[in-house]
Write a protein that binds this ligand. Structure first.
Ligand SMILES: Nc1nc2c(ncn2[C@@H]2O[C@H](COP(=O)(O)OP(=O)(O)OP(=O)(O)O)[C@@H](O)[C@H]2O)c(=O)[nH]1
Length: 343
């Protein structure tokens, strides 16, 4: 009987580990981690929490029986949990266990990314046992190893930003988020109020940087440029290096005015930064609102057209694709019925 239970437990653990390592996407990997821990440690509640260097809680992902509950704005934490996590963060601990009455709370550092630390929080309705600790430590080790393999395959080696091949799944996820948000909301303007913007960013005259100072120096500029991108954009924004001196930002912003402020600040920061031997580096930008009903390659094409317009009209500026359409410089792609050949 004991042996049958042990065999079943081992089988459960192995099944969850194989589920964990089958993921090719960070969001699914995190989902799988939370789901596995929740199943293996019965009656526990698990969540992840992103905390900035200055101890602001910026993103909470709770595992519930319905799936993931993701919050960036209304982070809901018990006061005692807030205290415990603040203590762990300030003391830079890797893991910590707090007894709260009969219950216990285990906190572990999951990963560190940009200026944000991601924590795993496991709440037990009882005291945590050594077996619980071993299980969590083992699962976390597998998670971290697999997550660094995944990061390696999805990261641009030079800058550490996401690489081009991750863009398609990222924009697909963003479109899903917008769709979910619109369908959950009664408000017809929801999409406009919680939208994403696809922004193509290209360094101006980068060839002359390479020509004047050499390719190695050009690489240093690209690395520094990516560092500035990481600090200027927020946690919900997704950043990619598309190749060469071309970057993409998927920026979350309430409306066009808000995204204009964010991008203008970024453009100005780059212009004001002294890149070692270069006195002045500038960027051109092309922007389009992410419409989940428009094919992502078409959105990319719109952002590229807007970027091209910025380049052709003086550089060091941004152009919105909508303005090009309104001014008659570009037109929306439309398909008449019967126009598309299926084969
Ligand atoms: N150092 C370095 N240079 C790169 C890398 N990838 C592409 N480049 C260079 O980036 C330059 C891009 O040049 P162009 O496409 O002509 O554009 P540009 O000089 O930036 O001019 P505009 O975009 O029209 O303002 C080329 O010289 C490429 O060799 C890289 O990884 N490192």
């Amino acid at each position: 009987m004991v042996q049958a239970t042990t065999t079943q437990n081992t089988h459960n653990i192995l099944e969850h580990i194989s589920g964990l390592t089958a993921q090719k996407d960070f969001e699914l990997l995190n989902f799988s981690l939370l789901k596995s821990l929740s199943a293996l440690l019965t009656k526990t509640r698990v969540q992840t929490l992103a905390v900035t260097q200055d101890c602001r809680f910026v993103k909470q992902v709770k595992y519930t029986s319905d799936g993931l509950d993701i919050n960036s704005n209304d982070i809901d934490l018990d006061e005692r949990v807030t205290k415990a996590i603040t203590k762990v963060h300030q003391a830079e601990l890797d893991n910590y266990i707090e007894r709260i009455g009969h219950q216990s709370l285990a906190i572990y550092v999951l990963t560190q990314e940009r200026t944000v630390t991601y924590y795993l929080l496991v709440a037990f309705p009882r005291a945590i046992t050594q077996a619980d600790s071993y299980l969590i430590a083992g699962v976390l080790e597998i998670y971290r190893n697999f997550s660094s393999l995944l990061a390696h395959s999805q990261t641009d080696e030079l800058t550490g930003l996401s690489n081009r091949k991750t863009f398609e799944s990222a924009i697909y996820r963003v479109c899903e988020l917008i769709r979910e948000h619109v369908s959950e909301s009664e408000d017809a303007t929801a999409q406009e109020n919680d939208g994403y913007w696809l922004c193509a960013i290209d360094i101006d005259h980068f060839k002359s940087v390479n020509d004047q100072f050499g390719h190695l120096f050009g690489d240093e500029v690209l690395v520094r440029f990516a560092q500035i991108m990481r600090t200027e954009f927020k946690i919900d924004d997704l950043l990619f290096r598309f190749g060469g001196e071309e970057f993409i930002a998927l920026v979350k912003a309430q409306d066009r005015q808000a995204v204009e402020v964010i991008l203008e600040r970024f453009r100005q920061t780059i212009e004001d930064t002294q890149f070692s031997k270069i006195d002045r580096l500038t960027i051109s930008l092309g922007v389009v609102a992410v419409d989940p009903n428009v094919f992502h390659m078409t959105l990319m094409d719109y952002a590229d057209q807007a970027l091209y317009y910025s380049k052709e009209n003086g550089r060091n500026r941004m152009t919105f694709f909508d303005d090009l359409v309104a001014q008659g410089h570009a037109r929306l792609e439309t398909f008449e019925e019967g126009e598309i050949d299926l084969f």
